[in-house]
Write a protein that binds this ligand. Structure first.
Ligand code: IMP
Ligand code: MG
Length: 171
């Protein structure tokens, strides 16, 4: 597999879309006790850019999840890192790079609910609805894409390409 020579989404395109998402989220969640829960590692740039574009106060925390996909449709998700702050009664915005099969998203939503959050919203920069195995929808989605594998802007293949400012497709 090789990364495309030209970006599929440029840093400028991403920046513009992140600003739109941030405006929408700021409008919807103004006045709430808001926590942005950034999902490592893929959402590191997206999360950082998104919180800086919000016009409302926000606390920041992190989770890291690893999903194992077996031969069957579902997978199991292990939490490698948990948020350090109490999420009870908080309005939690989960910030993910990609919503793919939905297995990770489902586990994250269940985890945050079990922590006693008052409200949970799910934000993904990229959404691949055709890949879904769990019925999860994003409250905020940056770009809807086909069944393509993306790298760059935090997203990796075997830990490569996370550092790139633009998003490329692998083929
Ligand atoms: P899911 O559990 O299948 O929804 O997996 C979601 C996770 O898989 C994302 O948070 C990414 O870390 C990873 N992932 C899914 N699609 C891609 C991709 O196209 N490029 C890089 N990582 C991906
Ligand atoms: Mg990820």
């Amino acid at each position: 597999m090789e990364r495309s020579e030209r970006p599929l989404y440029s840093a400028a395109q991403i920046h513009a879309r992140v600003a739109e998402l941030a405006a929408e989220i700021s409008r919807d969640l103004r006045g709430r006790d808001l926590v942005a829960l950034i999902v490592l590692k893929g959402a590191l740039h997206f999360g950082s850019d998104l919180v800086r574009a919000l016009s409302v106060p926000v606390a920041i925390d992190f989770v890291q999840a690893r999903s194992y996909h077996g031969a069957t449709s579902t997978g199991t998700v292990t939490m490698l890192a948990r948020p350090t702050q109490d999420l009870r009664g908080k309005h939690v915005l989960i910030v993910e790079d990609i919503l793919d099969t939905g297995v990770t998203a489902r586990a994250l939503l269940d985890f945050v609910r079990d922590q006693g959050a008052a409200e949970i919203r799910f934000c993904a920069l990229f959404d691949k609805p055709v890949r879904r195995k769990q019925p999860v929808t994003a409250d905020y989605a940056g770009f809807t894409v086909e069944d393509v594998f993306l790298v760059g802007y935090g997203m990796d293949i075997d830990e490569r390409f996370r550092e790139l400012p633009d998003v490329y497709r692998m083929s």
